[in-house]
Design a protein around this ligand. Structure first.
Ligand code: HEC
Ligand code: HEC
Length: 266
């Protein structure tokens, strides 16, 4: 009985569909989805930031976004991009403004990537924002009134940063980090620079010992993040005892006319 009802319905539906479309233009061919293509471009750009033609001119460091946002930002804790878009627009004390996710992304080019802020509305800005937003699909919006961070932000370590011992950090660095990042900090084929001219600048979050320590604990050594709070803090103090590029904001902002573009059709 039930099966026969279903069969009747199926026949009806087929019949109806046939009648409606007969002699009329059919539904448009499912075109390649431009939004999905933009998300895919953003994913590529966070991985190839320093080499891709759309972003390389905006990057000064030998770093990509994914040098710190591990696994294309899908690492659950180490500067994760998961759920991040739910927090924006957010209050940013550093900027003294409420900022958008796009602002946050562009500021990372100036600071963590020691480069120049790409124009708002430019192709890389929109693509990276689309990719990061796609990683919050289905998550409830909860704009952050305290700071520009998503719900998975790196938690501070429960250790007093004033107790850091860079000499102990030097030994640990040689044991646990030097093979990949080089004893002179300039990086190797197995790991990017962690200080020196091709590293992130003094405006980056990781230039603060306590932020670097908290991130290291979740992220490094790569695939073996087993440092204790004490070890992470000592190593962070050692790494950040070395010089890296200064941050003078005027040197990282393009001329006013290039801060944003109208990116629609005219
Ligand atoms: C040198 C390391 C480093 C690089 C390179 C870097 N970032 Fe970040 N970024 C961080 C850290 C650390 C945070 C703070 C994460 C936290 O507290 O959870 C952060 C925060 C962010 C946030 C805010 C996350 C949130 O919770 O709201 C966004 C968005 C972001 N970065 C995007 C980018 C993009 C896009 C790039 C490349 C253009 C980039 N970052 C390059 C280290 C880096
Ligand atoms: C097996 C090699 C390896 C080891 C060991 C290792 N790293 Fe990394 N590290 C990497 C790679 C590779 C990246 C970039 C992540 C990516 O591209 O996926 C990275 C990223 C980083 C970054 C952020 C990007 C940058 O270069 O500023 C810092 C800081 C860092 N590592 C510090 C350390 C410290 C400190 C240690 C020791 C506790 C350590 N790493 C151990 C391979 C390693």
């Amino acid at each position: 009985m039930r099966a026969s009802v279903l069969l009747t319905l199926a026949l009806l539906t087929t019949g109806l569909t046939g009648r409606c479309t007969a002699g009329e233009p059919g539904p448009a061919e499912p075109a390649a989805n431009p939004l999905a293509a933009t998300v895919a471009l953003g994913r590529l750009l966070v991985e190839q930031t320093s080499t891709h033609p759309l972003t390389r001119d905006y990057v000064g460091a030998a770093l990509n976004c994914t040098s710190c946002h591990l696994d294309n930002g899908t690492h659950p804790t180490a500067a994760s991009f998961l759920d991040v878009a739910t927090a924006y627009p957010a209050w940013a004390g550093r900027e003294g403004r409420v900022i958008t996710l796009e602002d946050r992304i562009l500021n990372c080019f100036m600071r963590s990537c020691n480069g120049t802020r790409p124009p708002q509305g430019s192709e890389p800005a929109v693509a990276i924002a689309a990719y990061i937003t796609s990683l919050s699909t289905g998550r409830p919006i909860k704009m952050n009134a305290e700071s520009p961070h998503g719900p998975r932000r790196v938690p501070p370590l429960a250790i007093d940063p004033a107790t850091a011992d860079p000499a102990a950090g030097a030994k640990l660095y040689a044991d646990r980090c030097g093979d990949c990042h080089a004893t002179d900090g300039n990086g190797t084929a197995d790991g990017p620079p962690v200080w020196g001219p091709r590293s992130f600048n003094m405006g980056a979050g990781l230039s603060h010992v306590e932020h670097l320590a908290a991130w290291l604990k979740l992220a490094m050594p790569l695939d073996d993040a087993t440092l204790t709070d004490r070890e992470a803090l000592d190593i962070a103090a050692y790494v950040n005892s070395h010089p890296r590029p200064e941050f003078v904001i005027e040197e990282h902002l393009p001329p006013d006319a290039k801060l944003g573009v109208y990116n629609g059709k005219r």
